[in-house]
Design a protein around this ligand. Structure first.
Ligand SMILES: *Cc1c(COP(=O)(O)O)cnc(C)c1O
Length: 223
């Protein structure tokens, strides 16, 4: 594993695809998903210029958060979060990417000491195993959440099925962006909906072509 080389490669690819899509490289936030590596390697990523760190497990997040307390890290929690664990992390993270139930939202509203930047997770493909609200639920969910002053819906997050073709990925990411725009234009309280969390190692290029502003990349950095 050559971190420096991997980072250079990913950044170059992102730069290329951004340019092709007529977008600014600076508008794409690159989250290193460090669930595969320890605190030392995570620290190296920071030294090499990565600012955003993402974890999907509460225990692993807390270990790194404590070990790396003095590092200038922007923390992202990207995995599904059990309601009973909300209080352990919610006031430590900068972004939460997996708001996928109203019960979870209620708990965040109760435990957060300041407004939390959240992505509403949506399940566009309808795949059963995936977390997230279906398209038909979004309307109702947003109207409930608009009363929660501790939850700022900065955007939508989605994950594509592992076996999705390029055409399916294109469809899923485009659709997510369309839905985001629709609700953004409604100017709902606490919901700027300016951002999109989509794209992993396998599909970040197609995600960026379709407007993603936060890509969550693990394998491409750590293999
Ligand atoms: C692991 C993970 C990623 C990163 O996946 P890679 O394919 O390793 O880039 C992104 N998002 C979530 C929610 C993850 O759990």
């Amino acid at each position: 594993m050559n971190l420096e080389k991997n980072i250079t490669n990913v950044l170059q690819e992102i730069s290329k695809v951004a340019q092709k899509a007529g977008r600014f490289f600076e508008d794409i936030n690159i989250i290193a998903v460090t669930k595969y590596v320890d605190s030392n390697t995570t620290k190296e990523m920071i030294t090499l210029g990565i600012k955003h760190i993402g974890e999907n497990r509460v225990d692993k997040f807390l270990t790194k958060y404590e070990t790396l307390a003095n590092e200038p890290i922007i923390w992202h929690f990207i995995g599904s979060l059990q309601r009973r664990k909300v209080k352990e992390i919610i006031n430590k993270i900068d972004y939460f990417h997996a708001l996928d139930s109203l019960n979870l939202a209620k708990e965040i509203q109760k435990r957060a000491e300041h407004p939390i930047k959240c992505f509403l997770q949506v399940n566009i493909s309808g795949e059963e195993s995936k977390h997230g609200f279906s398209i038909t639920e979004i309307d109702h969910v947003l109207s409930v959440l608009s009363d929660y002053d501790k939850i700022i819906i900065i955007g939508l997050m989605t994950m594509a099925p592992i076996d999705a073709s390029d055409e399916e990925l294109e469809h899923i990411f485009k659709k997510t962006n369309q839905i985001r725009m629709t609700y953004k234009n409604r100017k709902i309280k606490n919901m700027p909906l300016t951002d999109l969390s989509m794209g992993m190692s396998r599909d970040y290029k197609i995600a960026i072509q379709n407007g993603s502003t936060f890509v969550r990349i693990g394998t491409a950095f750590f293999s």
